[in-house]
Design a protein around this ligand. Structure first.
Ligand code: ATP
Ligand code: MG
Length: 391
């Protein structure tokens, strides 16, 4: 539900507001550019403007809904509202509120409230926000068949944001992902298996402003044929949130290394595999100037992810290994994957399961993995990273 004729999207940013003035301005410009890219990518006819620490998307009444959805897909956006812009005059505002109620009678629900905010000094307008709420409330009341006010938990809130010359009238507050604008932090290499977890982990760091460099290890005979497709597809879905970033999958040939591990390594095989993976990621990070590695690991989710094993595997790289899902339960991760749109209803196990030994090491020490690691492992990781292809 929105005011008739609404053609502007009011965008509120999330954590950007806690920054100092200069950093905030930089982040707002980045957010503006990212929203512009989303709007362009979806062929929405709209322009994006940054004004008074707000972002506005100027669309038309036909495209304002799509423009609002595009804005709420931008990392760093707290919420967005499709709004009608009217002169900052009491009559015009009250009339807009009345019209909004009149044309949305069915959608208002049982209860409503009017909430008004004014920017600027007390004498900036000849009316107060309370005046607007009272006059606006009476006008809305007059338009509804069976009006009832509920200031605590209304079905519909008619909102007014009044600036020096213009006022914005809106009824909807669509949530965005929150966080920081993409690109406001350094890139990180994202290890993407095509499973449920890794795209969620990638999304989480993107939400905090880090673009990802997606890396998929092709495990050769130890990977299933669908794995690559799933990895590529889930990354494409993430790329929908970031059309102005290079999200091509870096596909790394790891089949030979897996053959070697399956042959030469016993209970610590999965840990050695993980260490190989981090080393590959480290080489890619170096080439791409990325600041860390992100994975979908969580404490205890698999034998290679026990609290002790996570520590020992991380030691293979000097880069920080970020694990945003570390403490999350699988059902919650799955729920998030559904919300983000990366969830695939598939029961095909990840390829790495097939190289898992029957009795995996769950309590590794650096000495155990050192002893288990084939001498050529890190050289192979470098070679594999050098031979990556873009998908
Ligand atoms: P996911 O964790 O993505 O749902 P999964 O649970 O089957 O898949 P795990 O064995 O839990 O995979 O792997 C832990 C993490 O290691 C993954 O989240 C991912 O970051 C990384 N990873 C596993 N396999 C691959 C691969 N083939 N290529 C790149 N990264 C991988
Ligand atoms: Mg997992």
């Amino acid at each position: 539900m929105r005011p008739p004729g609404a053609d502007t999207v009011l965008v509120r940013h999330a954590d950007v507001g806690v920054k100092s003035g200069k950093v905030q301005a930089q982040m707002e410009r980045r957010l503006r550019d990212n929203i512009e890219a989303l709007v362009d990518d979806r062929c929405i006819d709209a322009t994006v403007e940054r004004r008074w620490s707000r972002i506005f998307v100027h669309a038309d009444p036909e495209s304002v809904d799509a423009a609002t959805n595009a804005a709420t897909d931008a990392f760093g956006v707290q919420s967005a509202s499709p709004a009608l812009v009217v002169p900052a005059e009491e009559d015009a505002i009250v009339e807009a509120l009345a019209r909004t109620a009149r044309e949305n009678r069915e959608a208002v629900g049982d209860t409503f409230a009017v909430s008004a905010r004014r920017a600027g000094t007390a004498d900036a307008h000849p009316f107060t926000s309370k005046d607007l709420e009272e006059a606006g409330g009476a006008a809305v009341w007059g338009e509804l068949p069976d009006p009832e006010v509920d200031l605590d938990d209304p079905d519909t809130t008619f909102s007014v944001e009044c600036r020096a010359d213009e006022a914005f009238v809106f009824t909807e507050n669509r949530p965005g992902p929150g966080g920081l604008p993409l690109g406001s932090q350094a890139k990180v290499v994202a290890l993407m298996s095509g499973g449920i977890d890794s795209p969620v982990a990638g999304w989480e760091v993107m939400k905090r402003g880090s673009p990802i460099v997606p890396v998929y290890l092709d495990l050769g005979d130890f990977g299933g044929p669908d794995h690559e497709a799933r990895a590529v597809e889930t990354v494409r879905r993430l790329a929908d949130y970031a059309p102005n970033y290079d999200m091509r999958v870096r596909k790394v040939p790891a089949g030979d290394a897996m053959d070697l591990l399956a042959e030469a390594v016993g209970p610590a095989r999965m840990l050695v595999y993980r260490r190989f993976m981090y080393r590959v990621a480290e080489h890619v990070a170096e080439a791409e100037n990325a600041a860390g590695i992100v994975t979908g690991e969580a404490i205890g989710q698999k034998s290679s992810q026990t609290a002790r094993n996570l520590g020992v595997t991380s030691m293979a790289t000097d880069l920080p290994v970020y694990r945003p899902l570390l403490t999350m339960d699988k059902p919650d991760i799955t729920e998030l994957a559904r919300e983000i749109g990366t969830y695939q209803d598939s029961t095909i196990p990840a390829g790495c399961n097939r190289i898992a030994p029957d009795f995996p090491e769950t309590n590794a020490t650096p000495e155990i993995v050192d002893r288990a690691e084939p001498e050529s492992l890190y050289e192979r990781a470098r070679e594999a990273a050098e031979n990556l292809t873009l998908v």
